[in-house]
Write a protein that binds this ligand. Structure first.
Ligand code: SF4
Length: 697
């Protein structure tokens, strides 16, 4: 058989959702993977992780058959078992849990190991039909989403392709060179054709910051103060578009009065950025009409992340940059697709009286924290798909303690033997996106994409959809979705959502769902009933802790501040060659990342007596871990902003998420992070951690 390239879409947890072309060498074998040139967002460019996907899909460590635990919990000892027996055991455990404690004792748990709508979200259909405990999906974008929504009132921003038409691009709280490579493609076009400038706001010198014209290396969690300092200057120096403000915003005069005391000197004291640098940045944003602000997911990892995100969204409303092509702001376009998820998720069977447990707090939930369980039953049975909380969830000591409980039955449906799967009673082998059908929507762009199966499933692997159907059958759960193949569900979902049917979308490969310019730029009104951007949102309507958020943008001082015992602030930024814990199994990614390490400012390293490469220990009251020190600027060229060496003193970066097993003592980075919920409505606070650091011995 000669090779051919087959169209599909990237399923990984990345806003780019690239249109892919996969070389099929045989019915069960792929070769190279490339980006679709005809797709004007992907533009033929994909990240190296996925370009070498053959290494992952044909990895010798892929789970090939169902396994049953044969040793102690967590020991990773298993024996093969047949599919029917494995599914029977899972169903029996669910029935027993329900008989003893009621259906809320069962907690189906999943997340974004695949972003396909059918294979990712179908587990909710079983949950809703059986009235199992709900999952509050806080772990990724809750805080940034809430912050964007607070001002804009809908999840739509300026067309990301317009970055190519901007004269200034501000990349704030994201590192697209590592985590959304296509953003760099459109920025490169703007720089080449318009001589556009790139400013990066990030606590450390990421790969994106390295190629920026200017890097603003603020202290972690101080974005709200920086935004206020910028807006103070915009108003004070008459860069505010007062006509636009009067027509499109809620209370600009009150907001201006509020900002009077938030001057650059005030912002400098909080952010660590010199006041003159804040003034210069504000003037650049004020003078350049076509300023495109790309707001990323870095915001979402801090207790005050929603307040910070909202403050940053206010900048484009003050300047009126929304009026110009190539101007405005963008966080996610998730409101543009209009996919009716009723069939996939069984929303017609949802009972809102059933409790929802915060997925970020899986450690406290499984260890019986009364603030999570209330009067409800303990969780005693779980099935997990596309998720690896033993490595990825905060307060991992509690996660581990919970997963070790003798009275907890855990089934994990996975592609590899992850940290979490090692704790399972039953492990089921899962297909990759190349081996099943699905559809995808891009958070960072505007395309709905078909992802039809490319090759035959490996060994005995089964798709998420098929496993949920099989469990539903054993559990007597009834819903039309359980009688459909994945393809039939895709077809029915597309049709009832007003999109082309499955066969048509497959032929089209993708569908552009971007609204027209005036809608995307909110010139016909923002998402609120009066159409006005909110400088003063009603945070109390957004979550139980909304009343604690300042009425206007500000520095919300609720972060885990450094103190004498914990003088450093830890940011667990994404590693270039990993994607959460995916790709931590592929040899090339592991070789490129080398080993877990903590990046220090040279001044801090000197004070601590650290040399580059030293074995060190970092910790706090939640635990401590061993890893190696890296010194900013120690290798390669020194960061260009010599005042900060790429990061402020007191900031420590550990690029993640390495498996726990990659650390000397088997304890990973989330040993140190907190499961505290962010404001106003929860959210994991991975970049909001105070730590100490010392030599290993
Ligand atoms: S850039 Fe993101 S969406 Fe594109 S191939 Fe890589 S992981 Fe997938």
């Amino acid at each position: 058989m000669s090779s051919e390239f087959v169209a599909t879409a990237c399923p990984h947890d990345c806003p780019s959702t690239c249109a892919l072309e996969v070389e099929r060498l045989a019915p069960d074998r792929i070769g190279t993977v490339r980006g679709a040139r005809e797709n004007d967002y992907t533009s033929g460019v994909i990240c190296a992780k996925v370009a070498r996907y053959a290494e992952r899909v044909h990895h010798p460590g892929r789970l090939a058959q169902p396994l049953q635990r044969s040793g102690e919990k967590g020991a990773g000892e298993f024996r093969p078992i047949g599919w029917d027996d494995a599914l029977d055991l899972i169903a029996d455990s669910f029935v027993r849990a329900e008989e003893k404690h009621g259906p809320e004792a069962v907690w189906p748990y999943y997340y974004a190991g695949t972003m396909g709508l059918v294979q990712r979200d179908g587990i909710n259909r079983l949950r809703h039909v059986k009235k199992y405990s709900g999952q509050d999906e806080t772990i990724c974008s809750r805080l940034s989403s809430d912050g964007w929504w607070a001002g804009v009132g809908t999840y739509v921003g300026s067309d990301p392709r317009e970055m190519a038409k901007a004269d200034l691009i501000v990349v704030w709280g994201c590192n697209p060179a590592s985590t959304q490579v296509n953003v760099m493609t459109h920025i490169a076009k703007a720089r080449k054709t318009r001589d556009a400038a790139l400013v990066v706001v990030d606590p450390y010198e990421t790969r994106t910051a390295k190629v920026a014209d200017h890097h603003v290396a603020l202290r972690p969690g101080t974005d709200g103060a920086l935004a206020c300092g910028i807006m103070h200057v915009l108003f004070a120096e008459d860069f505010a578009d007062r006509d636009y403000l009067a027509r499109h915003t809620d209370c600009p005069d009150e907001f201006e009065a509020h900002l009077a005391s938030r001057d650059p000197a005030w912002a400098s004291a909080i952010t660590g950025i010199p006041a003159a640098e804040i003034v210069a940045l504000a003037r650049m944003i004020g003078r350049i009409k076509r300023t495109y602000i790309r707001l990323g997911y870095g915001f979402t990892r801090s207790r005050n992340g929603a307040a910070n995100m909202h403050a940053a969204t206010c900048i484009a409303a003050v300047t009126g940059a929304w009026q110009y092509e190539g101007g405005g702001a963008m966080h996610t376009n998730k409101s543009v697709y209009g996919v009716d998820a009723t069939l996939i998720e069984g929303l017609d069977a949802r009972d809102r009286s059933v409790r929802r447990l915060d997925m970020s707090r899986i450690g406290p939930v499984l260890t019986g924290d009364p603030s999570d369980l209330g009067d409800g039953p303990p969780v005693t049975a779980i099935v997990m798909q596309n998720v690896n909380p033993a490595a990825v969830a905060p307060e991992s000591a509690k996660v581990r303690e919970g997963l070790m409980r003798d009275d907890l039955f855990l089934a994990v449906h996975e592609q590899f033997m992850t940290d979490t799967a090692r704790y399972a009673d039953i492990v089921l082998p899962a297909t990759t996106f190349l081996e099943h059908d699905d559809i995808y929507v891009g958070g960072g762009h505007m395309y709905l994409l078909m992802g039809a199966r490319v090759i035959e499933p490996y060994a005995e692997t089964r798709s998420n959809h098929d496993v949920i159907r099989a469990l539903a059958k054993r559990l007597g759960a009834e819903h039309p979705g359980f009688d459909m193949t994945a393809w039939e569900m895709i077809d029915a979902t597309l049709k009832c959502s007003g999109h082309p049917d499955a066969a048509t979308l497959k032929a089209m490969r993708w569908k552009d769902c971007m609204p027209d310019f005036e809608s995307a730029h909110h010139l016909k009104g923002f998402g609120w009933p009066d159409g006005r951007f909110r400088f003063k949102p009603d945070w109390t309507r957004m979550g139980p802790r909304g009343a604690e958020i300042p009425a206007f943008p500000d520095h919300m001082a609720v972060i885990e501040a450094p103190d004498a015992e914990h003088p450093f602030r830890l940011v667990t930024a994404p590693a270039h060659n990993y994607l959460n814990s995916s790709f931590t199994e592929t040899p090339t990614s592991i070789a490129k990342e080398a080993r877990p390490s903590a990046l220090f400012h040279p001044g801090d390293a000197r004070d601590l007596g650290f040399e580059d490469g030293d074995r060190i220990r970092i910790g706090n009251r939640r635990g401590s871990i061993l890893l190696h020190a890296r010194i900013a600027g120690a290798n390669g060229k020194a960061p260009d902003n010599g005042t900060t060496h790429g990061q402020q003193r007191g900031t420590v970066i550990v690029e993640s998420v390495w498996p726990n097993t990659a650390f000397e003592e088997g304890l990973g980075i989330n040993t140190l992070t907190s499961a505290d919920p962010g404001y106003p409505n929860g959210g994991a606070v991975f970049h909001d951690t105070a730590i100490w650091a010392r030599p290993a011995n």
